[in-house]
Ligand binder design. Structure first.
Ligand SMILES: [Zn+2]
Length: 320
């Protein structure tokens, strides 16, 4: 029984999620697209194509899982409006509470695991048992994490958070997100004052599948340009991509496309001598990071007149 509970390894869970959201899980349609000689039919209903959407949201069998898990009503509206599985997932992350997000993620993993058991072992677990196993695994993983967390580590984690700039200086946090399924890149910029209040935020969308450091460098370039347009001069720019910050500071990199964007940033920075650029840990870049996730709902260039409430709540929490 315990052997079935495999989610105690969080890396496995994260890897599953990463593959699901980036659209690289080996569904039958994807395998067939890649030339693998197999059927593209759903192993449950055997009438629809098995793509990401059908696996996790569309199939009647899967709807039974969501219903049995008691999450069906909670997710129904978002599922109905979603343009893709990734879009649906990120919308749910924004709208659900932290605990419901964990439960939702666990149910996704449960659905994929149950599907694999059927495809590879011909084993079809009862929905209620599959859910029970998944939730038990989440519970045990949370207990294990609590037990292994060293007190000094917890304290260290608490101290890594966004820090307001000095009065008279603005802080501009930058982040980027790549949505492979949409072949798109989003850069997000968030400008805050010494009280921690968001005074401006914007997102930019581009087509393409850049490397992560390229996406972050594009974000930095967008930020410098935008700050310049706004006429702001004393600004501390923070990114959670060390390669970009190091490249700006070292003035030395050999990667072709990445190097071009960095060179671009450096030439722009010559006009803004009061801009300071530094690396910040992901935990201190939460607001902008989440804005990147929310931006998938808009998927276009946007300056926010009204900051999304989930972002203002995060910003408020950082300054309480
Ligand atoms: Zn189906």
């Amino acid at each position: 029984m315990v052997k079935n509970v495999e989610f105690e390894d969080s890396a496995k869970g994260k890897f599953f999620l990463w593959r699901a959201v980036r659209g690289v899980l080996p569904t039958r349609m994807r395998l067939q697209d890649k030339g693998v000689p197999c059927t593209d039919c759903c192993p449950f209903c055997e009438t629809n194509y098995e793509n990401d959407w059908h696996v996790f949201m569309g199939c009647e069998e899967v709807k039974t899982v969501w219903r049995t898990a008691g999450l069906c009503d909670l997710i129904a509206e978002i599922v109905a409006d979603a343009a893709s599985f990734a879009n649906c997932f990120f919308s749910l992350l924004c709208r659900l509470t932290t605990n419901k997000c964990k439960d939702m993620t666990m149910i996704l993993w449960c659905i994929w695991r149950r599907r694999n058991d059927k495809v590879w072992d011909g084993d079809l677990k009862l929905v209620s048992i599959a859910i029970q196993l998944a939730r038990e695994a989440l519970f045990q993983w949370q207990i294990a994490r609590q037990n292994t967390a060293e007190p000094h580590q917890t304290q260290q984690q608490q101290t890594i958070q966004w820090q307001p700039p000095a009065q008279g200086v603005l802080k501009c946090n930058v982040d980027a997100a790549i949505f492979n399924e949409l072949k798109s890149l989003c850069t997000c910029i968030c400008i805050r004052d010494h009280r921690g209040q968001i005074i401006k935020a914007a997102t930019n969308w581009y087509e393409g599948n850049p490397l992560p450091q390229e996406a972050e460098a594009v974000g930095l370039r967008d930020a410098i340009l935008w700050l310049g347009e706004l006429g702001l001069s004393d600004v501390h720019i923070e990114l959670d991509c060390k390669i970009v910050v190091d490249s700006i500071c070292d003035k030395n990199n050999n990667q072709a496309e990445f190097g071009n964007i960095i060179a671009n940033c450096m030439s722009l920075l010559q006009q803004f001598t009061n801009f300071k650029i530094s690396f910040v840990r992901r935990q201190a870049n939460v607001v902008t990071h989440n804005l990147a996730r929310v931006s998938i709902l808009h998927a276009r260039h946007r300056v926010f007149d009204l900051i999304p409430s989930c972002i203002t709540n995060l910003a408020m929490n950082e300054i309480i």
